[in-house]
Ligand binder design. Structure first.
Ligand SMILES: [Zn+2]
Ligand SMILES: [Zn+2]
Length: 817
């Protein structure tokens, strides 16, 4: 630890961020300003940000934007009197790190510590209030020991299983890809055409939790867009499971189950389609059709799963067999087609070409009967179909026997009830959410803690023997075998069976990076605890996380997996809450001069260079000034000097302030309005408008070139402190305070004084209240309109030029769009 830098020789009015920031970095370390007493905290507040993957390039400006946004909220909460815990660690396992290591020909276990050191240096330079005593890296055996423990809990609770599954395989990266990593049949990472392979994989039964993962969303304080993304991903479909009897061998009754969201159209089901992998295909295929079915199945097996679902040209072949439509009693042909996937529903569908576009296309191509069973206004059962009829508003059932003339919704209920009564089906909800494939045939991850013994079968590694250390192996490049690189290292995988002592074999797959990050927030307050993943007392005190901030790119999987693991640990008696993040906000993206930042464009902002030139305080404040935190903004080099000028002005105003005489009444009114505004904006992450309010105040303060009174500037130091922590500390000290500005409390405002000069103006769009503005009573129509459009809650309801504006001065503004 270096010594505290000396005061500059000349206490002139020059603001020198390099001096101020290095002084306060040291001071915070020495005084342990950022250390939270986790055990003794009276008002705990856990302000979490998504931890970064420590890339070799160092901290990206997007990381810094996110972390600064979290840091401001955390510091604000501290000023409100909370004991704030703001930890930060590293998500360092996974394919990113491994691929980079392969590319540069080094070992990830040597690269990662260097990257982490560089990240740490940058993060400290940025002035985050992070308690570094509680940092972690997912690659640390002290951490992944507990990741392996989490795996064992799922196994114990019957939620981890192994099965052979069709997976997307990238022949170039030599790894399994999730469906969302396959774009138009190609690998998202490298562009290679993706193949389908059958591999033994470990899965977590997240699908069992789909109803709970869905219903809990209603009670979370999360961004609406994030909750919607989660709902869509879970993808609940309401419908029925219907059983069709197969007429293949009369002496052995057989049937096939299909799931449909449209049981009301069952009278129009004129054929069935099985996925090519469906187990019944072998049974129903007749001798005559055997060759064409086999050829088709072989072809389908080579395609990746995503193209199968999305490819435009629908193909299929007839199996030669028939099933009976349970509603009409008619025989209908059984086909196979690759657009039906085993992983959705039952792997079989009923074809209703009259009322499903895909089925219409298929039936037209293969000359299958098309029957109308729903009719719209002015149509009846005889109206011909030029295309699938899917408009259900005011439509009624036709050609459906006793159900004719019922509405679609009524038909759904009544036909489902009929199927249930006849033993042909039941009402059923299904979910799009699949079980989570957690095994990876790669090197850079925590080994899955399982041992295979010829005598005892699959044996979990005893918890006392964790961690199963990832061995250092030079040769970690994946090959085309689909088997983990660890399977090439016999001296590692040959072990004694923990049960019987016979020679046995370790699982050689490692677990998915998403498992590392699905529980890290539980570990932070318990870093250093070697006896358990998390201690009940500490966990009760600090969790669930009060506020979580992260990127939209993780708004689906990471959050869903974290919620799932938390529910599982809760069900296992390890936690007493099932939702990990009480509040979540997704931050926006930073672009530069209107363009997305990328290495190939050469327009990436290097935070180090900007911080060097302008100081961390200016850089932080500028990032937050770019736009609403949840939307992001456009980084323009010339913009940063305005923010620096604002801090320079604050600096000189504080240093020149006097204590004689009375403060100016108008200035004080504006000050109290500013305190109110910043105090309202920061908790809703309205950082840009909070900064704008402070800038506006500084302009008012300096309007008459008078010497400011101390009472007019001192609270501004507190207001700016979450944004520009170093300079705020320096000014606070220069004002004669001994404690940290962050222990000084948030300044209060006099409501009467602040309220005096503003009124509330209601803003309506088409007569509906969409927001209120705090404005001067004398505000003009144009000014009110400009302010109204700056409110996202108003702007989103107005597209194009308004048709009419109704302005009642002092009362309301109505925009007719
Ligand atoms: Zn690839
Ligand atoms: Zn054994």
């Amino acid at each position: 630890m270096g010594k505290i830098p000396q005061e500059p020789r000349d206490l002139s009015d020059l603001y020198d961020p390099t001096f101020v920031e290095s002084k306060w970095r040291e001071r915070w370390l020495v005084s342990e300003t950022n250390s939270t007493d986790l055990a003794g905290a009276k008002k705990p507040f856990y302000a979490l940000m998504m931890f970064p993957y420590p890339s070799a390039e160092g901290l990206h400006v997007g990381n810094l934007f996110a972390f600064t946004g979290n840091d401001i909220y955390a510091r604000f909460q501290r000023l409100q009197g909370y004991d704030v815990f703001e930890p930060l660690g590293y998500d360092a396992f996974g394919i990113h790190s491994e691929n980079y290591a392969l590319k540069v020909g080094e070992h990830p276990s040597e690269l990662i510590p260097n990257n982490i050191r560089n990240f740490r240096r940058q993060l400290e330079r940025a002035g985050l209030m992070v308690d570094w005593r509680y940092t972690l890296s997912t690659t640390d055996p002290e951490y992944y020991k507990w990741t392996q423990w989490v795996f064992l809990q799922l196994l114990k609770q019957g939620l981890a299983y192994k099965k052979s599954a069709a997976v997307n395989w990238c022949p170039n990266d030599k790894t399994v890809l999730a469906n969302e990593q396959v774009i138009a049949g190609a690998c998202e990472r490298c562009g290679a055409m993706v193949e389908q392979r059958q591999l033994e994989q470990w899965f977590f039964k997240i699908s069992d939790y789909a109803p709970r993962l869905l219903s809990n969303l209603d009670r979370l304080d999360w961004s609406d867009s994030t909750r919607t993304a989660q709902r869509n991903w879970i993808g609940k479909s309401t419908g029925a499971e219907v059983e069709f009897k197969i007429d293949v061998e009369p002496e052995t009754p057989m049937s096939v189950k299909v799931f449909t969201t449209r049981p009301d159209t069952i009278f129009g089901a004129t054929y069935l389609v099985l996925a090519p992998e469906h187990l019944l295909v072998d049974v129903v295929t007749t001798r005559e059709e055997f060759d064409s079915v086999s050829a088709y199945r072989e072809l389908a097996g080579k395609q990746d799963l995503v193209s199968r679902k999305t490819s435009r040209e629908k193909t299929g072949v007839f199996t030669g067999s028939y099933a009976t439509n349970p509603a009409t009693g008619q025989p209908i042909p059984i086909w196979i087609a690759d657009y039906v996937l085993m992983e959705y529903g039952t792997g079989a569908i009923m074809g209703v070409p009259g009322h499903d576009e895909r089925d219409f296309e298929f039936a037209t191509k293969y000359d299958l009967p098309i029957v109308r069973v729903v009719a719209g206004d002015g149509q009846d059962g005889a109206t011909p179909l030029e295309s699938a009829f899917v408009d259900n508003d005011d439509a009624v059932l036709v050609n459906s026997g006793e159900f004719d003339a019922l509405s679609v919704d009524e038909g759904k209920n009544r036909i489902t009830a009929m199927l249930e009564a006849n033993g042909h089906g039941r009402a059923l909800n299904i979910y799009r959410l699949h079980d989570w494939c957690i095994s990876r045939q790669r090197y850079w991850g925590p080994p899955i803690p399982i041992i295979y013994c010829d005598e005892c079968g699959m044996v979990p590694v005893p918890e006392a023997e964790l961690p199963v250390l990832l061995p250092y192996v030079k040769d970690f490049k994946p090959d085309d075998s689909g088997i983990s690189p660890l399977a090439r290292h016999e001296q590692w995988y040959r072990v004694k069976c923990p049960k019987c002592g016979d020679p046995a074999r370790r699982e050689t797959d490692v677990s998915d990076t998403f498992l590392d990050s699905a529980w890290y927030f539980l570990r932070y307050p318990n870093v250093g605890d070697g006896d358990r993943a998390f201690e009940p007392g500490m966990t009760k005190k600090w969790l669930p996380v009060n506020s979580y901030i992260g990127g939209n790119e993780h708004a689906v999987l990471h959050l869903l997996y974290s919620r799932f693991i938390t529910m599982v640990l809760c069900d296992g008696g390890h936690l007493d809450f099932e939702e990990p993040f009480t509040k979540f906000r997704a931050h926006g993206m930073i672009v530069r001069e209107g363009a997305k930042m990328s290495k190939s464009r050469g327009n990436v902002v290097n935070p180090d260079a900007y911080i060097e030139q302008w100081g961390a305080d200016t850089f932080r404040t500028y990032l937050m000034f770019l736009g609403p935190f949840e939307e992001g903004g456009d980084f323009r080099d010339q913009g940063i000097s305005g923010v620096r000028r604002f801090i320079d002005r604050l600096w000189s105003s504080v240093r020149s302030s006097v204590t004689e005489g009375e403060p100016d009444t108008d200035v004080m009114r504006k000050l109290h309005q500013t305190i109110r505004k910043v105090g309202e904006d920061v908790p809703r992450l309205g950082y840009n408008t909070a900064i704008a309010a402070m800038m506006e105040y500084m302009n008012v303060l300096r309007r008459n070139e008078r010497t400011p009174h101390r009472a007019e500037v001192e609270p501004v130091v507190q207001l700016i402190s979450p944004f520009a922590p170093h300079v705020a500390e320096e000014l606070w000290e220069q004002l004669g305070h001994e404690e940290s500005v962050f222990d000084s409390g948030w300044p209060g405002f006099d409501a009467a004084l602040a309220a005096e000069e503003t009124i509330e103006l209601a803003v309506q769009v088409n007569g509906k209240l969409r927001g209120t503005l705090q404005v001067a009573p004398s505000i003009t129509e144009d000014a009110a309109l400009a302010l109204a459009f700056a409110e996202p809650s108003v702007a989103k309801f107005v597209t194009g030029t308004p048709r009419k504006i109704i302005f009642v001065p002092g009362r309301l503004l109505n925009i007719v769009a």
